[in-house]
Design a protein. Sequence first.
Length: 366
Amino acid sequence: MSRRYFGTDGVSGRVGTHPMTVELALRLAGAAGRVLAPDGGRVLVGKDTRLSGYMFEAALEAGFVAAGVDVLLAGPLPTPGIAYLVQRLECDFGAVISASHNRFDDNGIKFFDRSGGKLADDLEEAIESHLDEPTPTRESAALGRATRVDAERALYQSFCASTLPGGMQLDGLKLVIDCANGAAYKVAPRVLADLGAEIVPIGCSPNGRNINDGCGSTSPDLLKLTVAGVRADAGIGLDGDGDRVVMVDHLGRVVDGDQLLYVLARARQATGELQCPVVGTVMSNLGLELALKGLGVAFLRAAVGDRHVLQMLRPHGGVLGGEASGHLLCLDKTTTGDGLIVALQVLAVMRASGKTLAELAAFFLA
């Protein structure tokens, strides 16, 4: 079946033009409710900090409630936070309003299933099959209810911290955290501070229009300057919805997704934890493949996009994969790309090895 609305990561586009209109969002919610919770249920809805997020949040809320689905409104929260909380709060599915690393005038809507994974192709096709139908409205007694659950982000914060091994703390580390004025602007600084790190936050003042604007993983120049300027141990740059990360070493040099993937693979191979192939994409640096080969680690290439990386990891039992852009998967920690959790795993390698990020990344270049 050819797709008219869903791309590789949900429905997205320029706000105010097809398909990113209030009318389509309303119909999308009705169709998703019909397919994913036909007998009623619960959906968790999150968003990033774009101005249009409020509009689409209201449209989705109306469509879900009309379809008889209870709505939990999480407010601004990283996309992987919604994936986690869908499971934690025992929801039937989740919806995220975000255009990830794109400009503020774009937006998108994507869904997670009850396990926190991306929807299977057949479910997206089933939702599409209902999009040309009128939005269903149940009788009053069967309507859903909407509830704000902003405080539940604390559950996600605790989960992120728990992915560090053996109760490890980050005291003694000075870190710059750039949240791209996006969805992670509350949770990422809090997690790092609670773990004992001294933090210097930048890109943590969203105004609805400045998401990914000269900051974050796609524009790391400010992060580089700040790390060098405050003499930090490392910098962490997330994108607008928190599913991508690049880092900066203490010398002010960017460490991209391919390099981070190598750092994690090398550390896990050394401890015997890495038994399966690492998956990159057709665009991954040849140096990554050669460096992993030197460690005796198999490397596979998928088509571009984390969905394709995930699809290649699963049949091989793999847990590590990703792209140079910083969209990395640690499937032994979480179900989807999570920039903060990936950064925490890299910080854990730094702490356990006693090496700087510059020293760890240098192995990739050697």
